[in-house]
Design a protein around this ligand. Sequence first.
Ligand code: HEC
Ligand code: HEC
Ligand code: HEC
Ligand code: HEC
Ligand code: HEC
Ligand code: HEC
Ligand code: HEC
Ligand code: HEC
Length: 454
Amino acid sequence: MLTRSLKVSLFLVVVTIFLCTSAWAEKKKVGFPNLSEKKLEIKRGFTPEALKCIKCHSKKTPGIVADWKGSRMAHAGVSCYDCHVVKKSSPMASQCEGVKKEMPNVYTSPMVSPKACERCHPSEVEQFSKSAHSKLAGAPVIEKKKFQKLFYELEGGEFAGIPKGDPRTLAARQSGCQMCHGMKVKLKADNKPTDDSWPGGIGTRYPDGGIGNCTVCHNRHQFSIAEARKPEACAKCHIGPDHPNIEIYYESSHGQRYLSEGESWKWDSAPDAWEPGDYAAPTCATCHMSGIGDLSTTHNVTERLKWDLVHAKSVIRSGERGDGEKGRKLMRKVCSNCHSKVLIDSHFAKLDRAVELYNFYYENAQKMMKELKAKGLLKKDKWKDPFQELNYYLWHHVGRRARHGAAMDGPDYAHWHGFFQIFQVYKDMEDIYNWRIKNNKIEPLSPVMSSAPY
Ligand code: HEC
Ligand code: HEC
Ligand code: HEC
Ligand code: HEC
Ligand code: HEC
Ligand code: HEC
Ligand code: HEC
Ligand code: HEC
């Protein structure tokens, strides 16, 4: 790591370099003097190799260089070279057009895994790798068989006649699941990534063994903590009918304060030093990640959770899903910076009751399902069987919305998109169950559900 004083002097050097070299700025005439290259005066800071990357790329990909040069890491002397240059022996070693011509002994990669960040940020990478954002996030796309059936055979159109292995079958996975969850990156003969396996979401698995994609919250090439502290950093993924976390946040009291006055909050306090006063109400990061009061920042989003609210039945977390009892204590510590015990008790009592009510519906539905199965009254294809379709929506959509709404102060999601729809779905399931038991057969033509209850 660099010392503060070194950082300050590097900052000045970087500023000088960019006043002089930014071809992009010249072209756009955004207030920089139009200096010719002969006037460049660079004495130290970046190595000559790193300068070559920056110089050429400020012409070839000016958007990337402009983004990077505003980043803290640029100010600290971290450049393209530090993240994109790999050893010749790396499985990801290839050469960009420019290095092939001008620096034949240098190898680059468009892929940058957490292994690259780990050299300078070991504790962030270690915490991240213990969270469900790492290996667990990639698993549904990479290794769980039942989801492969979902995105290739069903969404990918094999069932409707597209031949197995046809590139069109990749489209649903690649444009959806992969961009949130991540994929295992595959390589072409030139060691660049295949067009269907990269880029990917938070649990991307790289050929160098690195797992994760840090840029989903710290977008490249700014890599800003201010950005990651805002709720929008989570919203590409934590959105929609099955986990409407950003929608819940916007409707919560916390979101109300953020939306009405967040622009004037202080977002760029030093790491781990972002405290109430800099902001009035917490964001996703405050509750799930940031240091606050006694708590230190963590890149393990699993750490402060009690319940597993993502799967069909909610249980207290254990094993690879964390330690639920400890998680609750940590989360309560977050709240206690701004709320009294009586409000915090009330909030978590409300959450725990919502989980218990949801679990009651879910377990009863499973009893009906079990009986129908034993009597041969379930269709083999669950997507043509309204009872089984409803069962899916019960936990995956409406049930998760109710639980997440109760957890994060989103009454509309807890109620109208949640418990209100749970009872409707449940009643329909009961009707179908009663009809099948009474007639000892499956109703002849199933009503087809074209979309989820919303
Ligand atoms: C002489 C110009 C030049 C130099 C020097 C140069 N590049 Fe490039 N680089 C390019 C061009 C041109 C591309 C292709 C852009 C495109 O695909 O449109 C490229 C592409 C890339 C890519 C995208 C992946 C790929 O392989 O196409 C990365 C990453 C990259 N360069 C990093 C670097 C790094 C790191 C350095 C310094 C070690 C560097 N470049 C030096 C011109 C250069
Ligand atoms: C702190 C590390 C870091 C630095 C510094 C950095 N990059 Fe990147 N870059 C990344 C990461 C991470 C990605 C995303 C890689 C992935 O998804 O696997 C990326 C992606 C890219 C890509 C491919 C994506 C695209 O939009 O085409 C190019 C090209 C690239 N960087 C060029 C550069 C250039 C040029 C510089 C220097 C001005 C630079 N990078 C500096 C980490 C860095
Ligand atoms: C060669 C060392 C090095 C590498 C490699 C590196 N970083 Fe950094 N990073 C730094 C330094 C130095 C700082 C500045 C620390 C400071 O300002 O106190 C920094 C700061 C940061 C910050 C804080 C930015 C802010 O707004 O305060 C983030 C986020 C970050 N790095 C992410 C990454 C990611 C993601 C990667 C990998 C893609 C990466 N870094 C790779 C050295 C590195
Ligand atoms: C918009 C981004 C997004 C898309 C697209 C997406 N997911 Fe998810 N998925 C998430 C988020 C966010 C969660 C975590 C919700 C939570 O923790 O409550 C999640 C949770 C899951 C879980 C439960 C966690 C686990 O590891 O068991 C599975 C399984 C899953 N998704 C599979 C898929 C599959 C398969 C696809 C594509 C068919 C897909 N997802 C598409 C964002 C997405
Ligand atoms: C889920 C979103 C998210 C992801 C993914 C993420 N970060 Fe962060 N990161 C944050 C937030 C939020 C902060 C600011 C914490 C605070 O308030 O101090 C942060 C802060 C940092 C900092 C500043 C020092 C510190 O620890 O506070 C570094 C360095 C950093 N992240 C590196 C990384 C690296 C490396 C990765 C990939 C392994 C990564 N981040 C992935 C959200 C994320
Ligand atoms: C690129 C997509 C993406 C982004 C951005 C993202 N997440 Fe996630 N998140 C996921 C996925 C996928 C999962 C499900 C992981 C699993 O269980 O398989 C998840 C799970 C979680 C969980 C539940 C963890 C667990 O142990 O079950 C929390 C909490 C969470 N994310 C918080 C955040 C926060 C806070 C941010 C923003 C600072 C954020 N996420 C940004 C994709 C994302
Ligand atoms: C006021 C604090 C707070 C804020 C703000 C907040 N959360 Fe949460 N979040 C919680 C609590 C509390 C839980 C439930 C913890 C438990 O299990 O007891 C939770 C649960 C979750 C879960 C469910 C994890 C699982 O088991 O499936 C996800 C995902 C999540 N939050 C993501 C987010 C995202 C994304 C944002 C911002 C859009 C956000 N949270 C904002 C406190 C917060
Ligand atoms: C940075 C300070 C801060 C933190 C941390 C914080 N809150 Fe809040 N919270 C507020 C503010 C400000 C409001 C809106 C004004 C008010 O109701 O006090 C609010 C409102 C609420 C409300 C709505 C109260 C009502 O009367 O309608 C609930 C519930 C709530 N917070 C729960 C929590 C929980 C649970 C946590 C921890 C997981 C938490 N808050 C963490 C600042 C915070």
